[in-house]
Design a protein around this ligand. Structure first.
Ligand code: CAA
Length: 382
């Protein structure tokens, strides 16, 4: 039985900041951000979007009415939840009119939550082949104005529909995992910004990639040449490149993998970090921008969530995967964005969340999102 990703949708804010403008405002050489970090633009998330609205906007693009009735599980991976108790999945299920017979819940392990959802969905479908599972991965990455992490902010959502006989990616059901209690990045309840030791986190990420990739190859008798591409969780695109560089050499196959990596980072370089969704935006970038991939080609996916959990797993390209269709969906989101000046970004960054019905200015003329957040009543049932 073939199980995997049948549809994939993407959404991000329609505001962005250019990294050359940010570098100039922070007194840095623009090439540090463009080449050293590998980011060109970053999504700026307005107070009118949270993970619920972003995920609903991503899912709405891909789901038919028939899908909404067939979905029997909604899994929401996020580390930017809107409530300590009630899951973001329930809100999305209701906003989209997904069948109330579905099981809906949220899962958390930093940026790994999206992959946990994908693997849980695949196991569920293996037991219940008629089911369809909606996996949502949405986050807002905030580090703070004038901090080293500022250049690696971003946000957005990925929605994936998993089923049997998938039209995009067939999962191999072959994975290797590694987890350890590590304090490289965390988000305490009292803060809106992440606490991160970026250099340490990069070292751990590379170490977890090496461990899980080796374990995967040992378990399943594979090596680098079995893969047409490797895609990575990309907090910033240079981070994935550093991990890839630890396993490639001067061979033609390694050059092919480096070329595929360039294609897999295109969208991430324009959106920034989506945390749980980053690996899947990179997958979308590879599938949309590659001219060399063919049906049945095997790709490896490295997922990492600080704290820390790593997983390397593999999948093959479905016969029906349609690059142009995937690309046109992302291109329409990215081309419909408004560039902010640095002062405009700083003001939007400082704007509070609309708790207790606080007033939010919604720019209806420029914002074409289907779902927006206009206020939240924290102490009432609404
Ligand atoms: N031209 C080209 N390159 C230049 C340059 C120039 N003029 N100036 C500097 N560079 C290069 C440097 O050589 C360096 O390259 P290498 O890393 O290849 O050596 C690179 O630019 C960055 O320079 P620094 O290391 O000096 O940068 P920094 O100390 O200011 O910070 C950072 C970089 C550590 C990545 C910082 O941005 C950061 O902490 N970001 C957040 C980190 C992060 O996202 N971690 C991920 C955690 S995983 C995750 O997503 C969380 C999760 O699970 C939820």
């Amino acid at each position: 039985m073939k199980i995997g990703i049948d549809k994939i949708g993407f959404f991000t804010s329609n505001y962005y900041l250019d990294m050359v403008d940010l570098a100039n405002a922070r007194g840095e050489d623009p090439n540090k951000y463009l080449i050293g970090i590998g980011q060109k633009q970053q999504a700026v998330i307005p107070p009118t979007q949270d993970v619920v609205t972003m995920a609903a906007n991503a899912a709405e693009k891909i789901l038919t009415d028939e899908d909404k009735q067939s979905i029997d599980m909604v899994v929401f991976g996020t580390e930017t939840g809107v409530d300590n108790s009630k899951s973001a999945a329930i809100y999305v299920q209701s906003l989209l009119g997904i069948s109330s017979s579905a099981r809906s819940f949220e899962i958390k392990q930093a940026c790994y939550g999206g992959t946990a959802g994908v693997q849980m969905a695949a196991d569920h479908i293996a037991m219940h082949p008629d089911s369809k599972v909606l996996v949502l991965a949405a986050d807002i990455a905030r580090y703070g104005i004038k901090t080293p992490g500022e250049v690696t902010q971003g946000g957005g959502a990925i929605a994936m529909l998993l089923s049997v006989d998938p039209r995009i990616l067939v999962l191999d059901n072959q994975s290797a995992f590694h987890s350890e209690n590590i304090m490289d990045f965390w988000r305490p309840f009292y803060k809106r910004e992440a606490i991160v030791d970026g250099h340490y986190s990069t070292d751990i990420y590379i170490d977890f990639f090496n461990k899980t990739f080796k374990d995967y190859c040992d378990k399943f008798g594979r090596s680098l040449t079995d893969f047409s591409a490797l895609v990575y969780h990309l907090p910033f695109t240079k981070m994935g490149l550093k991990a890839l560089r630890t396993v490639v050499d001067d061979s033609p196959h390694s050059q092919k993998l480096l070329k595929a990596f360039d294609q897999s980072k295109q969208y991430n370089a324009h959106v920034g970090n989506l945390y749980t969704g980053s690996l899947y935006l990179s997958l979308l970038s590879l599938l949309s921008n590659s001219t060399d991939l063919h049906a049945n080609d095997r790709i490896g996916l490295f997922s990492y969530g600080s704290g820390a959990q790593g997983e390397f797993y593999s999948a093959t390209i479905a016969e029906t995967m349609d690059s142009r269709r995937l690309a046109s969906q992302v291109d329409s989101v990215l081309s419909d964005r408004i560039k902010l000046s640095v002062p405009e970004y700083e003001k939007m960054y400082a704007d509070g969340l609309p708790i207790n019905g606080g007033n939010v200015t919604f720019d209806a003329a420029n914002d074409h999102s289907r779902f927006v957040l206009l206020g939240r009543k924290a102490d009432q049932l609404v």
